[in-house]
Ligand binder design. Structure first.
Ligand code: TGC
Ligand code: FAD
Length: 388
C-alpha cells in the first residue's frame, strides 16, 4: 500500500498555519512509527499500549490546548489536528488523549484550586500520571442529571458513595475526576487511586474500542479530604463544559478514522483484480470512493471552521454537537462502505477498516449519543427541549 498522505481535496492546507501543518506532520509520523505497527495486536488482545502514554506526553499531545503548568499551550486547530492523526491510528489512542486532556486536565485547569493544578497538571501533561472522568452511571447515561452518586459533608472531609460505569482509563488512572451530588448540586471531586473504599474493575467482553481500558468505578464510604473538591464550579455545566472540549476533539478525530478507511479502500480497489480489471475501474466502486471523499471534505471544513471559532472564543456548544454528530456519523458510514470495498478481506485485521468500524460504534454513543446531539440541535432550533 502506498504511504498515507492525508486527504486535502479542497486545499484546506492553505487554511492552516505552517506550525499547524508541522504539528500534524509530527503526529502523523509518530502514529505511523509507534501506533500502526502494534495496534491490531493490542486490539485483538484487548489491551492498551501503556508505554505510549509518556511518549504522548513528551510529544505534547496531552492537554495540548491548555496553557501553563507544563501544558503545551497550542491553539485549538492544532489540538484538533492531533486528534485527527491519533484516531487514524485507533480511536483508543485518541480516546486516551481526549480523556486525559479534555476531561481530566481541563476541569482541573478551569475549576481546580492552585494546589490541585500544581499537583496534577504537570504530571498529567507528561503522561506520568493518568486520569479518568466519571460521569456515566449504570442507570444514568444520556441523562446524567439523575446521577445517584453522592458526597456527604462529614465535617473535615466528605464521604462518597455510588458507582460509575463505562469509564475510559478507569483501572489505570491515578486520579479520577468524579461528578457527584453534594447537597443536591453536582460537584467535581478528585478521587485518588488507593483511597480506601475506591475500586476500579476493568470491564471486559467489548467488541469495540478493544485497545482502550474501560472500567467501573465503585465508591463505598470513600473518605475524601475537603481539598479534593473542585472549588470552581457547581451544577451540570461543570461536566458538560468538559464534554464540550472532548466532543470538539472527536469531531476532528472521527475524520482521521474515516480518512484511514478511505485510504485503505482506495489502495485496495486499485490493486484488487476481478473480471480481469482492478475493482477501482468499476463505476459502482468509484461511486463509493467519490462519496467518501465528498463526506470527508465537508467534514474537514466543519472541523476547521469549528476550530477557528473555538480559538476566537465565539463557539457555542450546539455547534460542537453538530460537528461531533456529523463527523462520527460519516466516519462510521465510510468505515462500513470501506469494509464492503475490501470484500472478505475487509474483516481481517490486516486492514484497519473493521477495527475502525467497530470503534466508531462506541464513538457514536459516547460523549452524547448521535440522537442526543440531534435533540440538542432540536432545542436550539425550536427553543423546546425534547429530552423528557
Ligand atoms: P441543560 O439544562 O441543557 O444544561 C445544564 C447547564 O449546563 C449548560 N450546558 C453546557 N455547558 C457547556 N457545554 C455544553 N455542551 C453544555 N450543555 C449544557 C447549560 O447552559 C446549563 O447551564 P446553567 O448555567 O443554565 O446551569 O442540562 P440537561 O439536564 O437538560 O441536559 C441536556 C443533555 C441531555 C444535552 C445533557 O445531559 C447531555 O449532554 N447528555 C449526554 C451525556 C453525555 O454526553 N455523557 C458523556 C459522558 S463522558 C464520555 O462519554 C467520555 S467518552 C471518553 C472517551 O473515551 O473519549
Ligand atoms: P442510554 O442513555 O441508555 O441511551 C440508549 C439509547 O436511547 C440511545 O440510542 C440514546 O440516543 C437513546 N435515548 C436516550 N434518551 C433519549 C431521549 N430523550 N430521546 C431519544 N432517544 C434517547 N462515560 C463517562 O462518564 N466517562 C467515560 O470515560 C466514558 N467512556 C466510555 C467509553 C466507551 C467505550 C463507551 C461505550 C462509553 C463510555 N462512556 C463514558 C459512557 C457514554 O458516555 C454513555 O454510554 C453515553 O452517554 C450513553 O449512555 P447509555 O449508554 O447509558 O445509553
Amino acid at each position: 500500500m502506498s504511504s498515507y498522505e492525508g486527504v486535502d481535496f479542497y486545499q484546506i492546507d492553505d487554511l492552516l498555519s505552517d506550525e499547524e501543518k508541522a504539528i500534524r506532520g509530527a503526529v502523523r509520523d509518530w502514529v505511523d512509527d509507534r501506533v500502526v505497527p502494534i495496534i491490531e495486536e493490542h486490539y485483538q488482545r484487548g489491551t492498551f499500549p501503556t508505554e505510549l502514554a509518556t511518549e504522548m506526553g513528551e510529544l505534547g499531545f496531552l492537554g495540548a490546548n491548555l496553557d501553563g503548568y507544563d501544558c503545551p499551550g497550542l491553539n485549538n486547530v492544532s489540538y484538533g489536528l492531533i486528534c485527527q492523526e491519533l484516531e487514524r491510528g485507533d480511536s483508543a489512542i485518541r480516546s486516551f488523549a481526549s480523556v486525559q486532556g479534555s476531561l481530566v486536565m481541563f476541569p482541573i485547569h478551569a475549576y481546580g484550586s492552585e494546589a490541585q493544578k500544581q499537583r496534577w497538571l504537570p504530571k498529567l501533561a507528561k503522561g506520568e500520571a493518568i486520569g479518568c472522568f466519571g460521569l456515566t452511571e449504570p442507570d444514568f447515561g444520556s441523562n446524567p442529571s439523575g446521577m445517584i452518586t453522592r458526597a456527604v459533608d462529614a465535617g473535615d472531609h466528605y464521604v462518597l458513595n455510588g458507582a460509575k460505569m463505562w469509564i475510559t482509563n478507569g483501572t489505570v488512572a491515578d486520579v479520577a475526576v468524579v461528578w457527584a451530588k453534594l447537597e443536591g448540586e453536582v460537584h467535581g471531586f478528585l478521587v485518588e487511586r488507593g483511597m480506601d473504599g475506591f475500586s476500579a474493575p476493568e470491564m471486559t467482553g467489548k467488541h469495540s474500542l478493544r485497545a482502550s481500558v474501560t472500567s467501573e468505578l465503585v465508591f463505598q464510604d470513600v473518605k475524601l479530604p475537603k481539598d479534593n473538591l473542585l472549588p470552581g464550579v457547581k451544577g451540570l455545566k461543570g461536566p458538560l463544559s468538559c464534554l464540550n472540549n472532548a466532543r470538539y476533539g472527536i469531531a476532528w478525530g472521527a475524520l482521521g478514522a474515516g480518512m484511514g478507511c478511505f485510504h485503505s479502500a482506495t489502495e485496495y480497489a486499485k490493486s484488487r483484480i476481478q473480471f480481469d480489471r482492478p475493482i477501482a475501474s468499476f463505476q459502482l466502486v468509484q461511486n463509493k470512493l467519490a462519496w467518501m471523499l465528498r463526506e470527508i471534505t465537508k467534514g474537514q471544513l466543519l472541523a476547521w471552521r469549528l476550530g477557528r471559532m473555538k480559538d476566537a472564543g465565539t463557539l457555542h456548544h450546539e455547534q460542537v454537537s453538530l460537528a461531533k454528530m456529523n463527523n462520527v456519523d460519516i466516519a462510521l458510514e465510510i468505515a462500513r462502505v470501506a469494509r464492503d470495498v475490501h470484500g472478505a478481506n475487509g474483516i481481517l485485521g490486516e486492514y484497519p477498516v473493521m477495527r475502525h468500524m467497530a470503534n466508531l460504534e462506541s464513538v457514536k454513543t459516547y460523549e452524547g449519543t448521535h440522537d442526543i446531539h440531534n435533540l440538542v440541535l432540536g432545542r436550539w432550533i425550536t427553543g423546546i427541549a425534547a429530552f423528557t
